[in-house]
Design a protein around this ligand. Sequence first.
Ligand code: WTA
Length: 634
Amino acid sequence: MVHDTTVLMDEKRVFKPSEDVKNRAHVKDWDAEIEKGKDLDKYWSEQAEQFEWFKKWDKVLDDSEKPFYKWFTGGKINLAYNAVDRWIETEKRNQIAILYINERGHEKKITYYELYLEVNKLANALKNLGVKKGDTVSMYLPMCPELLIALLACNKIGAVHSVVYSGLSVGAFVDRMNDAKAKVLFTADGTYRRGKIIDLKKIADEAILQCPTIETIVVVKHTGSDIEISELSGREIFYERLVEGEPVDCPPEPMDAEDPLFILYTSGSTGKPKGVMHTTAGYMVGVATTLRNIFDIHEDDMWWCTGDIGWITGHSYVIYGPLLLGTTTVVYEGAPDYPDLGVWWKIVEKYGVTKFYTAPTAIRHLMRFGARYTNLYNLSSLRILGTVGEPINPEAWMWYYTNVGKEKCPIMDTWWQTETGMHLISPLPVSPLKPGSCTRAFPGIDAQVVDEEGNQVPLGKGGYLVVKNPWPSMFRTLYKDKERFLDVYWKDIPGCVYKAGDMVRQDEDGYFWIQGRSDDVLKIAGHRIGSAEVESAFVSHPAVAEAAVIGRSDPIKGEVIKAFVILREGNELKTQLIEDLKKHVRYELGPVAVLGEIVEVDKLPKTRSGKIMRRILRAQEEGEDLGDTSTLEE
Ligand code: WTA
């Protein structure tokens, strides 16, 4: 989906950092840092020195089995130890690690020491449940402190976590859970959403009926809604009961650098979600380095990333990056517009947030009211802003820069993916910025624009975004699907380079301008969802014979779903059925699947082998040339 970035898009328009930003910055010279990054071994081993290792690595990068790269082989390390335990020996002991706030204005502050106690108690409790190193534990939880504690407790004992976003519903949940074969599931009585409490437990209960591997369900009493103990089944236990009386110390499991850390599902071109697998040491190094250098994290920061922990942004930059750097991370449970459109700015003022990282869709949503809400609060604590998840249109960039950052905060437009684990293309605070461009590759990253044969295209021309060298926090494989890993990412373009799945262009300064996905993945309000997943939700409704979906541009959400359906005989696409279909898709996938329009058709464009050609539908939709139609069925 190509965004309308023509208005205001001006490659010559450059914003330079202030002296203040330059003076504070960890990295003072962008070009020199990029130069340093060219020596991968040296650059990344220097970054790895920031952690405490049980045993130092033997080799920084092992590329003997491309593309199955390995990093820091021979090293032994524990993530939770580095994110929590090591800080309690320092002056950070009583510093706030997690500042939880919700839409009702309730807050909970957890210091590093308190976090240490909680993580250990839960880690011990998990062991008692029979969870061992390498076992999978799943979470279907709201943005609540227990979610962070549960992830860290898994790391502490070497269990692999697999979080399911709490905005996904039954169908999506079952697919992900069964693929990961989780033993234990964490869920909660509910989550706050725009004044209501969504009953997560009910969704989990329905889904679990189809998830045979789960032995224990841990229920967090989060909203305090009434679940009586007697209502819990034999395999369910309240979180508070589970940790009661557990010892407050737990030795960290020394993990091999390449031991699995987590699986996180994301959408691809086919209906089956991809289990993106990350391993331990490299992930830690990549995430901490990018956060420190891109958002210039210092001792006194109050860091707020609004992303949900159910997605990679939350994994890398709500929990792991900030805690590995020993800063305070804000965990916010709520929407940007409830109880009103000033809620985020009120939080910035109240807690003195210094770095703020969000999605373009939220900015577009908030900018409709001009400066009305941003002017109500004092935002002078802010130093650096960031965006992630989709291209930011220059108008939204300018609004963010002017009204939120008051023209003094540089905006870090960070391009990356679930698969990359960390930011790969992004400015640093000292970089000259162009609104709408994520600028240049991070030091150590060789990103290029190529054609189908893998030849670099001239500056100014569009092509596929590829990464030519490995980086520490890259995903290692797709869970139990090595073939798909190779086919989707490494084989399409000759030369064994990483194919990101985005279309991109580089301007004459080498700045990248992301144009959108090159595959059938949609970005709805920054959330990644596969066309095929939505189609299978449609065809699981009894009235639908076939369905094809594409993204339709939307001024706020970036994209929404446009569905073309062939109905079974005897059905008509009237108001009632449209409502039913919307409900059904929401039940299967959750509120992330925003339906813009459903139209009835009697035929779908297909290849002779029966694959739906969504490209043709998109071209028709946008009134463009249909392109090569030689493979079309008729
Ligand atoms: C898109 C999110 C433009 C892109 C961290 C990518 C972006 C997909 C940007 C990954 C950006 C992410 N500018 N597009 N700054 N950041 N994207 O896995 O299409 O949910 O391939 O990871 O989001 O989405 P994912």
